[in-house]
Design a protein around this ligand. Structure first.
Ligand SMILES: [Zn+2]
Length: 54
């Protein structure tokens, strides 16, 4: 009966993003993502989405 703990999930996914272009998972702070300081290591794009589904 493991209820999901929202806070734990947030912690897990908060700093992880997925490249919209090539689906590479990147770890970075949301601030950096928002300010486009993080580039995908594969395609060098700055379009990321969070890991949560849509
Ligand atoms: Zn990419």
């Amino acid at each position: 009966m493991a209820t999901k703990i929202p806070e734990a999930n947030n912690r897990m996914f908060k700093n992880a993003f997925i490249c919209k272009n090539c689906n590479t998972k990147i770890r970075a702070s949301p601030l950096k993502i928002l300010s486009k300081k993080v580039k995908c290591r594969k395609c060098k794009k700055t379009a990321f989405r969070t890991i949560k589904k849509k």
